[in-house]
Ligand binder design. Structure first.
Ligand code: GFB
Length: 310
């Protein structure tokens, strides 16, 4: 991507989109376009076509999606399936129509089978049943991958698909009902410390393992892939190691400075037991993450204190 290339970042207000914009600006890109939800409804094909005929982007980062944690996925299956299908189908078609040079689609590690062999290789896709709590979102994301492959096969459209592991960072959603585990626990531990509560409730058994990638590392990887990856095959983006939810809770407790106890609410779902990505394909291309989990949690907590609380 040259520095004056026309770049459209879909979903720029979200965790991933905002990180991509920060990264692109830091690399000196000066022609980045974004649109808020109020300006363009990405579920509306006519509005999306109109936007693309105005912008005619050379590069598109497709980070717009309906996302959420384990309970939100389970509670709103229609939106997680339907809205994601609409948004991604509209954007892929519109980008193809205006001859976008390169298109990057973002999937998720939940596209892989619930009991995939660990660490999960890219070729595990569609080899087994999905985790029921997020199968709706996963099916939409699998359809997005297939759309990219279909447009490449039929029209020569240069679309690539990256599969990030669980993400966190500044700009995350801290709402306790719809968020992912890491921001939820930061908020719960912070509240417990400030209100001097004797315990923090963590959902599930604490035994599931998750891999966490900072959004700034993801954005760095995505810019790298735009420049160095051209293949219909999906590519994993992760850190290559994981922790149990109980270990994550301990770590967050120590970063926040909370000294009470942790209790597990086993009436809440665990979800997939483990989803550690095999990142050897990306590592071989020459990319590695830079932000450790502890440093990333510290800076995200700082952001939470400065932004959300104020
Ligand atoms: O991050 P999370 O909501 O989603 O939950 P998934 C991860 C694990 O943390 C689960 C536990 O075992 C949760 O039960 N957990 C413990 C909590 N305490 C909490 C809490 O307070 N809030 C939340 N949210 N979880 C998501 C999918 O699955 O992974 C998405 O739902 C997406 O579709 C994302 O694919 C990558 O990791 O289970």
């Amino acid at each position: 991507m040259n520095q004056h290339a026309r770049i459209y970042v879909a979903g720029h207000r979200g965790l991933v989109g905002s990180a991509i914009c920060r990264k692109l600006r830091s690399l000196g890109h000066d022609n980045i376009s974004t649109r808020s939800r109020g300006e363009v409804d990405l579920r509306d094909q006519a509005a999306v076509n109109q936007l693309f005929s105005e912008l005619k982007p050379d590069y598109v980062f497709m980070a717009a999606a309906k996302v959420g944690g384990i309970l939100a996925n389970d509670k709103y299956p229609a939106e997680f399936l339907g809205e994601n299908l609409q948004i991604q189908t509209n954007i892929i078609e519109a980008a193809h129509r205006v001859d976008t040079k390169k298109f990057l689609f973002l999937g998720s590690s939940c596209i892989y089978p619930k009991f995939a062999e660990q660490p999960i290789r890219e070729d595990s896709l569609l080899t087994g049943a999905l985790e029921p709590t997020n199968e709706w979102y996963a099916i939409a994301k699998i359809a997005g991958i297939k759309m990219c492959q279909a447009y490449r096969k039929q029209f020569g459209f240069n679309a690539i698909s990256a599969m990030p592991t669980n993400l966190y960072g500044p700009g995350d959603n801290f709402d306790l009902h719809s968020s992912h585990v890491l921001p939820a626990l930061l908020r719960k531990f912070h509240t417990a410390k400030v209100e001097e509560q004797s315990e923090v409730v963590v959902w599930g058994s604490g035994k599931p393992r998750r891999e966490f990638l900072h959004a700034d590392d993801l954005a760095d990887a995505l810019c790298f892939l735009m420049d160095h990856y051209d293949s219909p095959e999906i590519i994993n983006v992760g850190v290559g190691s994981d922790v149990t939810i109980a270990q994550l809770a301990e770590l967050i407790g120590s970063v926040v400075g909370y000294s009470g106890s942790i209790v597990f609410d086993q009436t809440k779902p665990d979800g997939t037991p483990r989803k550690l990505l095999d990142v050897s394909k990306l590592t071989q291309l020459g990319w590695k993450p830079k932000i450790s989990l502890e440093a990333g949690i510290r800076s995200t907590y700082q952001w939470y204190l400065e932004t959300v609380k104020s």
